[in-house]
Design a protein around this ligand. Structure first.
Ligand SMILES: Cc1ncc(COP(=O)(O)O)c(C=O)c1O
Length: 496
């Protein structure tokens, strides 16, 4: 018998593996592997069949899924004679393995599509020329810190968010710090916030010598629970009684606004200044007193982060505070520059929290695309929601979806809850599907806040969330095929 023989395995999504057995004469031991080519490069997933050794990959045909370079064809030449008695057994073995792989979804050898949690390269590819021109303009101007490009971004962001002023700051963390400084927060003051957030939220409070007062989060949204805040303000534990509650600092976690109506009311009644941590939520909308408002522009000040992984991310660190209070805006401008005004005269102690023109230039190019990127994230979220309905994966709650707002959620993170989270995460990691835990330790249990006197069990909703949450890839350029792979691996991991 002569001529090529091959075995084909077609997955349910139409992609195929093909193993070619060409005509050949020699009999020698070979190993067989799957060579997979894709956007991530090439890799060989070896599997041993008796004592076979890889001989040569004869056919690699990328692009079996139209428009998606991740999948490649698989063809492995085995240097066997056609009469080799091992071939039928191998063909059977391979087909069987592929079938098992498809059914179980977890066997090694099946995973050919890596999906990162976040890939910024395709976004950059789409705006590369514009960005480079903007960067060139900054280089030509040699004006690197603050200046006209930063001022332009400040106007653009303030307009986008519905505030009258923006103050460009060096990072989201520094934006929080500067806002708290502008609010006059210091020793003896308490700032009420969530224990289920990124560390910076509470870290900035502590850095000013003030005390973070935590209130537990809502089990659906994982945002600060107004009922808990009310209880805390009305009957503070004994150890808080000496403190002056000064600021309410809600966090718009993962891209969805905290429930601002009751929070603003509590702030009014208890005379607290509201500073929003909108680091993850630029553009996210909420209906306040009947009007659609954007995250960051509801309280006295709102803080954004332009960390690269944010929906609006720079080419490094960056942040901004927005406000509609001219006195606060002026104070923030001084605070970000050593409290200086006029030059070399310091009426207060500030810091170096200035934003670079390079970051502002990149962000000004990106801003016009932001709504479309938010929309793409929401489309991915809707596909995930549908895929997880009725399964052992709890999708995130989009609390304001029915409120008729365009950006009821901007999904900076799409965070599901799964009961056996750590094992699931491990399986996802093995399958090279990006995922992350935001956040494994609530802030009241962080070692550095031991002196605040909190104990395990104080905030059960946050503590449970820390055990169950898992963020999945949701960046705008994620393809449907990639998303399907995330869904398949996750569902198989939760039922394993
Ligand atoms: C909720 C929250 N607050 C504050 C920050 C701090 O922002 P940055 O990393 O820009 O300092 C982050 C960053 O991830 C965040 O997620």
């Amino acid at each position: 018998m002569s001529g090529s023989r091959w075995v084909r395995y077609v997955k349910s999504d139409g992609t195929e593996f093909r193993i070619v057995f060409p005509e050949c004469r020699k009999v020698k031991p070979v190993v067989c592997g799957l060579k997979i080519h894709g956007a991530f490069g090439a890799c060989i997933l070896p599997f041993r069949v008796w004592h076979l050794t890889l001989h040569q990959v004869v056919d690699v045909s990328p692009g079996l899924v139209p428009g998606n370079k991740i999948w490649g064809g698989v063809a492995v030449r085995l240097d066997l004679t056609d009469e080799d008695p091992r071939i039928p057994a191998f063909v059977e073995w391979f087909s069987l393995r592929m079938a098992i792989v498809a059914a179980a979804g977890m066997a090694r050898g099946e995973q050919v599509m890596k999906v990162p949690l976040l890939d910024l390269k395709p976004q950059y590819a789409g705006i590369r020329e514009e960005v480079r021109q903007a960067l060139d303009a900054v280089c030509d101007s040699q004006h690197f810190i603050l200046g006209p490009v930063v001022e332009g971004l400040e106007r653009d962001i303030a307009t986008y968010c519905g505030a009258t002023a923006g103050v460009g700051i060096s990072s989201g963390t520094d934006a929080l710090l500067a806002a708290l400084m502008a609010a006059g927060v210091g020793p003896g003051d308490a700032v009420i916030t969530s224990p289920y957030t990124f560390f910076a939220t509470a870290g900035c409070i502590a850095r000013l010598g003030a005390t973070p007062w935590f209130a537990d989060v809502d089990p659906e949204t994982l945002n600060l629970d107004p009922k808990r805040v009310k209880a805390l303000l009305e009957s503070p534990p004994a150890r808080y009684k000496k403190l002056r509650p000064k600021v309410l600092l809600p966090v718009h976690l993962f891209g969805q606004c905290a429930d601002m109506t009751p929070l603003m009311e509590l702030a009014r009644v208890h005379e607290l200044m509201v500073i929003e941590d909108a680091a993850q939520a630029i553009g996210s909308e909420y209906r306040l007193a009947g009007a659609v408002r954007r995250a960051g522009a509801m309280g006295a000040m709102g803080c954004y982060s332009f960390f690269p992984s944010k929906n609006l991310g720079g080419f490094g660190d960056g942040g901004m505070v927005v406000t509609s209070d001219p006195a606060l805006a002026e104070s923030l401008r001084r605070i970000r520059n050593h409290g200086m005004h006029p030059k070399y005269y310091h009426s207060m102690v500030g810091g170096n929290f200035r934003l670079d023109a390079i970051q502002a230039a990149v962000l000004r190019v990106k801003l016009p695309h932001l709504d479309a990127w938010h929309a793409a994230r929401r489309r991915h979220a809707a596909r995930y929601d549908a895929a997880f309905a009725g399964r052992a994966v709890t999708p995130p709650t989009a609390a304001y979806r029915a409120d008729g707002m365009t950006h009821h959620h901007i999904y900076n993170q799409y965070v599901v809850r799964v009961p056996n989270r750590d094992a699931v995460r491990e399986r996802m990691n093995q399958a090279e599907i990006g995922c992350e835990v935001y956040y494994p330790v609530p802030l009241h249990l962080q070692a550095c806040f031991k002196d605040l006197g909190y104990r395990q069990g104080d905030f059960p909703v946050s503590e449970q969330a820390a055990l169950e949450t898992l963020a999945l890839p949701v960046y705008p350029e994620l393809t449907e095929a990639m998303q399907d792979e995330v869904i398949r691996v996750l569902l198989s991991a939760v039922s394993a």
